[in-house]
Design a binder for this molecule. Structure first.
Ligand code: SAH
Length: 564
């Protein structure tokens, strides 16, 4: 929850805009400002104060504790010109919140955290719990001093300027250890704890058992990714509470599934009670990994809980990112964030050039030329499988006649896949042409490289018969020049020669050009591989030079009847 505090009328007005925009995320604190700030600080994860920074500094100074636990605080000035991230920039999310608030109020975000200012990710924003000398090591990274990465295994980190050796270190490990003075420990989510418990097992007993097992094995509780058990124990209060105390999800499996997992210590008791010879070991091992702690029982008499600990191999991350049609401001913020999140970028050389400036220094770029699609897809998946954070890029939307399908056809469920949609050429062209896609429409690629022409022709025919607006991708190249005239002639069998047709070349790029013509008047020579061609349906009209496809014919009929 975001607590909102204001003192003046202007502040209250800005506050109300925020409250109206984010009704479920915000809560307004009225009354004397001091009391309001104190209550909000105690009750909210974040605060936005429409007050001078000086006033807020004085009010929150006595309340500040650990930077990992304190709320993030953002101040907005009386004129609504600046949203200042005051404290909790990373862990409290104040930097991000300052940007969001600024966007909403058309203000300038003010972020002074060093790592953000120069585009290095803060060590505490990598998605892994962090311990140790975060400030000192971040400073060393910023200052260009050598910082060595010591990783037990490759986890999907963004690109960071690590050195082979250095006085400072970042350790990526699930092993219990005290960080050195110039050391940061990052905790990968590598440990799965299988838990079994009799009915009514106390939460303290379950928690103490797991904590003790981790301690004895020299493992960090902050690397626990999840607790796992059998479906029948999904609501067992002691297990549920223990998972909550570790701050991790509780995952449950059917007894039949668990019964199929080979385990070192099967026993009769759970077989009789829940239908599997092992709960703790089987649940921990079900998704694979190495058994670090075999089944152990709690010390209580009688023991009511068991646990087992498994280390899973790292999961790489494959982001499939659409870059949009070309213009930088049509690349979504999410796509930009994924490019910065990656340590490996895979793509066609010309698309890589389009976004090279957005990559973090140190990002490994694997670019290849036209035609190497299969190889790019395989490379991207292999890099993700090796544990890296990979971004596979494509123009427009990466799922439209592009890399997403060959890549995901290769991928197995041992990697995480994140899709980021992009503005595809049909939409970019539609916006240039007017409103050609106002009713049902299809895209058809005229490239017969991967698809037999008979199939393409059958689809064009079907679209013609169904009176769909059609956007042709890959419409014409030097070696492929008869397909477009053929496709247009099929459409012309069902539509008037006066049907509007839009041709857009290089939509949203500096040399964009477009024209609205007709089915009878289109000269294929205008069309090349940088172009899409959108053919209207029987209701599409040229209105003031723009293509307009009515949303519905019924609506149109009744509107014209009313006009009569
Ligand atoms: N994934 C892309 C399409 C790849 S197929 C997307 O979603 O847009 C390549 C074809 O897309 C090109 O031959 C052309 O027909 C079309 N195209 C891509 N970008 C374009 C742009 N900026 N302007 C016009 N057509 C474009």
């Amino acid at each position: 929850m975001i607590g909102l505090i204001s003192a003046t009328a202007a502040g209250a007005a800005a506050r109300d805009r925020l409250a109206a925009a984010w009704p479920d995320r915000t809560r307004v604190y009225d009354g004397p400002v001091g009391d309001a700030v104190r209550s909000a600080f105690a009750e909210c994860g974040q605060l936005v104060c429409f007050l001078a920074t000086g006033a807020v500094v004085r009010l929150i100074a006595p309340l500040l504790g650990e930077k990992t636990a304190d709320p993030g605080v953002v101040c907005v000035d009386e004129g609504g010109r600046f949203a200042v991230s005051l404290v909790g920039g990373h862990a409290g999310g104040a930097n991000e919140l300052a940007r969001e608030v600024a966007e909403l109020l058309a203000a300038q975000p003010v972020v002074t955290t060093a790592t953000d200012a120069v585009g290095l990710p803060g060590l505490d924003t990598l998605g892994f719990p962090v311990e140790g000398a975060v400030a000192a090591v971040s400073r060393a990274l910023l200052d260009g001093e050598p910082v060595a990465l010591r990783a037990d295994a490759a986890w999907p980190l963004p690109a960071l300027p690590f050195a082979a050796e250095g006085a400072y270190t970042v350790k990526l490990t699930d092993r219990a250890a005290e960080p050195g003075e110039r050391e940061v420990l990052l905790r990968p989510p590598s440990l799965v704890v299988g838990v079994g418990a009799s009915k009514g097992a106390p939460a303290d007993e379950v928690y103490a058992l797991v904590e003790g097992a981790l301690r004895d094995a020299g493992l960090s509780p902050r690397s626990v990714a999840e607790l796992a058990t059998v479906d029948a124990k999904a609501e067992e209060p002691g297990i549920v509470a223990a998972a909550a105390r570790f701050g991790v999800p509780l995952v449950t499996y059917a007894a039949e599934e668990l019964a199929r997992v080979p385990v070192p210590h099967p026993s009769k008791a759970p077989l009789a009670a829940v239908g599997t010879p092992s709960v703790a070991e089987a649940a921990a091992l079900l998704r694979g990994g190495e058994l670090l702690v075999p089944k152990t029982k709690s010390d209580a008499r009688p023991a009511m809980a068991t646990c087992a600990v498994v280390r899973r191999p790292p999961r790489g991350r494959l982001a499939v990112v659409g870059l949009g049609p070309g213009a930088r401001d049509l690349l979504t913020p999410r796509a930009g964030a994924e490019l910065r999140r990656a340590s490996v970028l895979v793509g066609l050389d010309q698309y890589v050039d389009q976004i090279r400036d957005l990559l973090r220094p140190g990002t490994r770029v694997l670019e290849s030329g036209l035609g190497a699609e299969e190889e790019r897809a395989r490379t991207a998946v292999a890099e993700a499988r090796a544990g890296h954070a990979v971004a596979l890029i494509g123009s427009g939307d990466a799922g439209v006649y592009a890399m997403a399908s060959p890549a995901l056809a290769e991928a197995s469920d041992d990697i995480d896949v994140i899709g980021v949609p992009g503005v595809t050429a049909a939409l970019a062209a539609g916006a240039v042409l007017g409103a050609p896609l106002g009713h049902d429409h299809v895209s058809i690629s005229l490239s017969d490289l991967h698809t037999p022409w008979e199939v393409i022709e059958r689809r064009v025919r079907a679209a013609a018969e169904a009176d769909l607006v059609v956007t042709f991708y890959n419409p014409r190249s030097r070696g492929r020049d008869w397909q477009l005239p053929k496709a247009l002639s099929i459409l012309a069998g069902h539509r008037e020669p006066t049907t509007p047709v839009g041709v857009v070349r290089n939509a949203s790029r500096p040399d964009e050009s477009s024209r609205v013509t007709t089915l009878g008047g289109l000269d294929p020579a205008w069309v090349d591989m940088m172009t899409v061609v959108t053919v209207g349906n029987t209701a599409t009209r040229n209105v003031a030079g723009r293509m307009v496809t009515p949303r519905g014919y019924r609506w149109q009929e009744s509107a014209s009847k009313e006009a009569e």
